[in-house]
Design a protein around this ligand. Structure first.
Ligand code: NAP
Length: 251
């Protein structure tokens, strides 16, 4: 089969590698936000498609048999486009979506629906670790009464006020690293997107141990699609289909 994977996550890479090993033709698509992304096996393409129509054209032009949405749970627009283009072109869609983070008993996370709501909950004098990437920092810039540590894979492009400090680092992070970062900086609050996954869950364990208040931003609602929650389940889904034909020439 020829499979287009909408990527930007570790799971997308693992799935591309697994499908490639099973002799499917795989194209992984990236938005192009990260300068040095990890590279999956198979083909790669980079950059937006140009909305639903652009994606629909691409599915036809490349004769894609199956579309997989393995984007980050907060990549709301791309996931909506995948559903619409799949319906329009009658190309089946599978969404690979990791389960949300699990709140430990007694943790008492503050749950909010948006980045704006997270910014509003932060009290005066807080020292806040922001682990929400670098694209949605604006609501925090207005909160001059708190100190912020922004951690992102790529450097922040906007000018940040003096109460902001920037750290660039790429997951996975160990619990020891997270404990040491939070202790060193005297972190009192941490803002987290409910992305789920093991690569970034150590920060929640560290926060629990140090009694750092977690402000958990809920996932955006997505249009319905057939969904699996792990790379193993996605591979099992494709195991029911034959891989691309191979020709054997007998002497
Ligand atoms: P988004 O808001 O849902 O998408 C905005 C636009 O970016 C889409 O309409 C599409 O442009 C393009 N795009 C997004 N993902 C793409 C992909 N895999 N291949 C080609 N084009 C893509 O997405 P986002 O939240 O900015 O995330 C961008 C990428 O970073 C995604 O691949 C996502 O998996 C990854 N990521 C996001 C987050 C997060 O917190 N949002 C965190 C980690 C990784 P067109 O309309 O022109 O097609």
């Amino acid at each position: 089969m020829k499979i287009l994977i909408l990527g930007g996550t570790g799971e997308a890479i693992d799935l591309a590698n697994g499908l490639h090993e099973r002799s499917h033709q795989v194209i992984t698509s990236l938005a192009g936000r990260t300068r040095h992304p990890h590279k999956p096996k198979g083909r790669m393409r980079t950059g937006g498609f140009g909305g639903v129509e652009g994606l629909a054209d691409y599915l036809t032009r490349e004769k894609i048999d199956y579309l997989v949405d393995a984007t980050h749970p907060f990549a709301e627009e791309m996931s909506a486009h995948a559903v619409a283009a799949s319906a329009e072109m009658q190309v089946p869609l599978l969404r690979l979506e990791r389960p949300p983070f699990v709140e430990p008993d007694l943790a008492q996370w503050w749950r909010v629906d948006s980045v704006e709501a997270a910014a509003e909950r932060l009290p005066h004098g807080a020292t806040v670790l922001l682990t929400i990437g670098r694209q949605q920092l604006q609501p925090f810039v207005a909160r001059g009464h708190a100190r912020f540590i922004v951690r992102s894979i790529e450097p922040v492009e906007m000018d940040l006020p003096r109460n902001f400090e920037q750290i660039t680092a790429r997951p996975p992070f160990s619990r020891e690293d997270e404990l040491s970062l939070m202790k060193r900086r005297g972190v009192t609050h941490m803002v987290v997107k409910d992305a789920g996954g093991e690569q970034t869950s150590a920060k929640l364990e560290a926060a629990f141990m140090l009694k750092v208040q977690v402000v958990m931003i809920a996932r955006p609602p997505l249009p319905e699609a057939e969904t699996v929650n792990s790379v193993g389940d996605a591979l099992a889904h494709f195991d029911q289909f034959p891989a691309s034909k191979r020709f054997f020439f007998l002497p």
